[in-house]
Every structure is written in C-alpha cells, then in structure tokens.
Design a protein around this ligand. Structure first.
Ligand SMILES: O=C(O)c1cc(=O)[nH]c(=O)n1[C@@H]1O[C@H](COP(=O)(O)O)[C@@H](O)[C@H]1O
Length: 224
C-alpha cells in the first residue's frame, strides 16, 4: 500500500530538497512543496522535484479575490500538482473559481484553521469560536463550493470526516509521541490522525531535522 506520508519540503535550498527527497522517496507517498520552497525556486524548482517521481502537493495557500486566485491556479496548471491548497476563508466564489480553474487531475483543498492557531489566536482575529467550530464551518463551505477536501488538524479530522464521507482530508501538525512541537499548537500523533480519518499526513521537521530521516520516517510508518 502507498504510504500516506507526504514529506514537507520547507527549505529554499533546491539541492538540499532534492537530496532529502531522494533519500526518503521509497518510504513516502508524496512531496509537499510549500511557500518557502516555491518563493525561492519557482516553477523550475517544482519541475526539478517532479523528476524524483512522487506525486507533488503544491501548498501555496492561495487567498485573494476570485479572479486573481483563478488566474493563479491557471498559471500553475503546467506544474500538474496532485494537490493544491487555497484558504477556505477566501469565500465561496473564490473556492468555486479556484476549483473550476484547476485541472481535473488536481485535488483542490481548502485550508481551514492553521494548526499553529488555538482559540486565543482566533479571538485576536475576531473569531469568537473554538477551532473545531470554525473548521466545521469552513469544511462545509469547501464541500458546498465543490472542493475535493480540506486541511485541518488531527483534533478536528474525525468530525470533519463524519460530515463529509468522501472528502479528502490533509492533516499537518503531526508529531510522533514526545516529538518537538515547535510553532504548532494543535498536534496529534500520526496514528491518531490516520485512525480518525486523515487521507494523508503532512510531516516536515520530525523527518527533515532527524539525524537519520529514513529511520525517522520508517519509525513513523511502523506506528500506522
Ligand atoms: O497546508 C499545510 O500543509 C499546513 C497547514 C496547517 O494548518 N499547518 C501546517 O503546518 N501546514 C504545513 O505543514 C508543514 C508542517 O511542518 P512540520 O511542523 O515541520 O511538520 C509545513 O510545511 C506547513 O506549511
């Protein structure tokens, strides 16, 4: 069975990204290229990473007016990402237009509440609800707008999956028991996220910063 672990490539260094991805490629299901990587390496960097032969998740978290996001999605089509992110809080029209602009081969998923935020952080930006309620709201909106799924933390994935049975659920903020939390706030273990309905896990530093990334990814896989 294909691994459900997508390795987060969070570096500006293309050679380092290629070396890490090549090292672990037979143990993971795909590569997630984020803003840091894309801002430094652009389309060229994505083409280079595509040569490794794994599905690519282009995590640019697009968030703008509908026309601008739709045009950006069109401009990304030649990269043929398997998965692409937009911010669900961009609103219904933006989500519909983003999905319409993407190729049928790309899953467009809505980022709900970043895993680095908790209830206090939401209050500061005027959302007087806990993350679970906000994720539920944005998950329903993403579903209604025709997206393929959402990004949420492992705290919310069970309820989101129950409400949207054939949705695609991306769960970052995943930490092996006792792993360094860093800037994440809503974390769960990889096994919990999968048991609760995650379709794929996005994991970065627990693998990329490990002394032996292959051993780290194998240890995580063994818990699933
Ligand atoms: O969309 C994402 O992938 C994402 C959403 C979110 O809410 N939280 C989150 O951490 N991510 C990404 O998941 C990865 C997590 O990295 P680590 O914390 O190093 O495992 C980073 O590349 C983040 O950009």
């Amino acid at each position: 069975m294909t691994s459900r672990i997508y390795l987060a490539i969070d570096t500006t260094d293309l050679d380092a990204a290629k070396a890490l991805a090549t090292k672990v490629k037979s143990h993971i299901g795909g590569l997630k290229l984020g803003l840091e990587f894309f801002c430094a390496n652009g389309h060229h960097g994505v083409h280079e990473m595509a040569r490794i032969g794994l599905p690519l998740f282009l995590d640019l978290k697009l968030h703008d007016i509908p026309n601008t996001v739709a045009k950006a999605v069109q401009a990304l089509r030649p990269l043929e990402p398997a998965i692409l992110t937009v911010h669900a809080s961009g609103g219904r029209a933006m989500l519909e237009d983003a999905k319409a602009a993407a190729s049928d081969h790309t899953k467009v998923v809505g980022v709900t509440v970043l895993t680095s935020l908790d209830t206090d952080d939401l209050a500061i930006i005027g959302i007087n609800d806990d993350p679970a309620a906000q994720v539920s709201r944005l998950s329903s909106l993403s579903h209604e707008a025709g997206l393929d799924g959402i990004v949420c933390s492992g705290h919310e994935v069970k309820a989101a999956h129950q409400a949207w049975r054939n949705g695609f659920f991306v769960v970052p903020g995943v930490r092996p028991a006792g792993g360094k939390v860093a800037d994440q706030k809503r974390i769960v273990t990889p096994a919990q996220a999968i048991n609760d309905g995650a379709s794929i896990l996005v994991i970065g530093r627990p693998i990329s910063q490990a002394e032996d990334p292959v051993a780290a990814v194998r240890a995580i896989e063994a818990t699933l």
